[in-house]
Design a protein around this ligand. Structure first.
Ligand code: ARG
Length: 585
């Protein structure tokens, strides 16, 4: 089979487009919009006829019939059975012979590297503010960002992972004031407790500023002094940052998250003034009540809600830093695309940032990189409100992850009491962290979701334990047969796929490339989760109904091939979600 059939969906897209161009009534604006179909009706469906007909005031039934007639004669579609359905839909079913050739061709050359080859993509994720512990609000950026960066890399992009710490903001004015007032020698703080101490001092500082305006003024002065390079303030700032990062790093290690760069806001501190200057010179930014702002006068909301880039006290802010960061990423990383993974509440910020960059880069004659804000909803408690501890505080991320691991350990111990403790711990670590990751990634990222230990740790349903178990089960089979997962099978001695379960499983495997394409389209990993869950379920049906051990060679070979391919796709899929597989559970 030719390699351009690897992604069947996009191949069909191209074929139907080409056919349409030979038909009177279609124009080059037609898109076939092939979708993965409900298996009761077919494998794929041509969807674009109805919308095209509507837009162009044509009869969809007629256009559909013409395209259908043309398709039936196409040699390219000889391996598909076609059916005209409703006003302008065409159902496509792949013939068993096609499915088998597809599986035999691609089981050992399932490669996406050419999709994004030559692209440089900076992805900005996790990016917590320093001086505090990470809490549950920091979970999603880390998990979603990690999965997206793996997907992009898997498809061949040159990915640059940048943790843009919030390490230069107003919290430091308050904190430095509190440290000085408490007369603590931070040098002598016990490193284990230092972050707690800083958090307490921060709370004390906030209380002071609420008590009396003079404290707010003092905190602002400390911030300005820090930003101007006052050595004592810089020393306090640096100590706090280092303490924070040590704590963050523990979490990154636990969650298997790695960055190429950790260029926090402070990294850009010497660049912000020139950004403001530049935008002023280019007449993009203007003075407004003592501050420097950018109005987007063609925008409904932003025409009266400007983008602030310098506060009236002269301090730069979040916006200024992000502008400097875009320029830096363009000049130093030559990024074609920049992706930001944050909470949905920052949508306005990023829209204003992107609009400003568009005008700024166009004035400077710099080609505009693609800028994408990948935002997400909130993690809710079982009561439907933002998840909190009993006393109403944010749950610390470390505590949450540790709890996941210890709950998983209890289950492992119950199911497998004879396993040595070391192995139990290893399994529990993977199951616990994976459950948390998967529960998050399996939800459409723009929705809120309810955090439920019972659901995410369950072995039934669309969960990490279910998928990990499916993978371990195939590994167990291969171990029993003494066959390595990558061992080649020989299509020549294979019987034809014939049972319903074999064919259904092969069909699901064919959808893998289309699923990856769908995930990348809008950077939504939940499509991959749904797919993996369906694949694992299909596999389980197959495995329960189709014997492998003891079958004649031709049957054994084809079924084993399906097992090995399924294992490859499941393990790859889990990897792309940031999840380490287990060979034994
Ligand atoms: N530090 C910010 C926060 O905690 C997120 C930063 C996201 N990245 C960026 N370039 N603005 O909300």
């Amino acid at each position: 089979m030719e390699t351009d059939w690897f992604d069947v969906k996009s191949k069909l897209d191209a074929i139907f487009y080409e056919l349409s161009q030979e038909i009177d009534g279609f124009t080059e604006n037609f898109r076939a919009e092939i979708r993965i179909a409900d298996p009761r009706f077919g494998d794929f469906q041509v969807n674009g006829i109805l919308s095209f007909a509507k837009k162009n005031k044509k009869n969809p039934r007629e256009l559909g019939a013409k395209l259908f007639a043309k398709a039936q004669q196409s040699k390219n579609l000889a391996n598909c059975s076609l059916e005209l359905s409703g006003p302008g839909f065409i159902n496509i079913r792949l013939e068993p012979d096609f499915l088998q050739r597809w599986v035999c061709t691609f089981y050992n050359q399932c490669d996406f590297k050419h999709w994004f080859a030559g692209k440089t993509i900076v992805i900005d994720y996790s990016s917590p503010n320093t001086a505090k512990q990470m809490h549950v609000g920091h979970l999603r950026s880390m998990i979603i960002g990690e999965s997206i960066q793996r997907l992009l890399k898997y498809c061949g992009a040159n990915v640059i992972r940048d943790n843009h710490l919030g390490d230069w903001g107003t919290q430091f004015g308050i904190l430095i004031m509190a440290v000085k007032r408490a007369q603590i020698d931070i040098f002598t703080l016990n490193p284990e407790k230092a972050l707690d101490t800083f958090e307490q001092l921060y709370r004390d500082g906030v209380a002071l500023t609420k008590q009396n305006e003079s404290f707010s003024a003092e905190a602002r002065r400390e911030l300005v002094a820090l930003q101007k390079g006052d050595p004592e303030n810089l020393y306090i700032w640096k100590t706090i940052n280092e303490t924070s990062y040590r704590a963050f790093d523990e979490i990154y290690k636990q969650m298997d998250v790695i960055f190429d760069y950790v260029l926090g806001e402070s990294f850009y501190r010497d660049q912000v003034d020139s950004v403001c200057q530049d935008l002023e010179n280019l007449k993009i930014a203007e003075e407004n009540q003592g501050a420097l702002v950018v109005f987007h006068r063609n925008h409904d909301r932003f025409k009266d809600q400007p983008f602030l880039i310098r506060k009236s006290d002269g301090a730069s802010n979040y916006g200024t830093t992000d502008l400097a960061t875009v320029l830096y990423r363009w000049e130093n990383f030559h990024a074609d695309t920049m992706i930001y993974v944050t909470d949905g509440r920052q949508q306005d910020h990023f829209q204003q940032l992107f609009l400003t960059v568009e005008r700024w880069f166009s004035a400077k004659n710099i080609p505009l990189p693609q800028l994408k804000h990948v935002w997400f909803g909130t993690v809710l408690g079982e009561d439907g409100h933002a998840i909190k501890t009993r006393s109403g505080e944010s749950i610390r991320l470390k505590q949450l992850i540790d709890e996941g691991i210890s709950r998983a350990l209890a289950t492992v111990n119950e199911k497998n009491p004879d396993l040595p403790p070391l192995e139990q711990n290893e399994i529990a670590h993977i199951v616990g962290t994976s459950a948390i990751k998967y529960a998050d990634l399996s939800q459409n990222r723009t929705n809120n979701y309810v955090f439920s230990w019972d659901k995410m740790l369950s072995f039934d349903g669309n969960t990490a334990p279910y998928l990990l178990y499916a993978v371990a089960r195939i590994h167990a089979l291969l171990r029993r047969l003494k066959i390595s997962p990558n061992e080649k099978r020989s299509p020549k001695v294979m019987a034809a796929f014939s049972t319903t379960e074999e064919l259904a499983l092969a069909r699901k495997l064919v959808d893998f490339p289309a699923t990856i394409a769908q995930v990348l389209d809008d950077l939504r990993p939940h499509y991959l989760c749904t797919y993996l869950f369906e694949l694992a379920s299909e596999f389980s049906t197959f495995y329960n109904a189709n014997r492998i051990i003891g079958e004649a060679t031709d049957v054994f070979e084809k079924r084993l091939l399906l097992c090995q391919f399924t294992l490859h796709v499941l393990a790859t899929g889990l990897y792309l979600l940031g999840i380490q597989k287990l060979e034994q559970m």
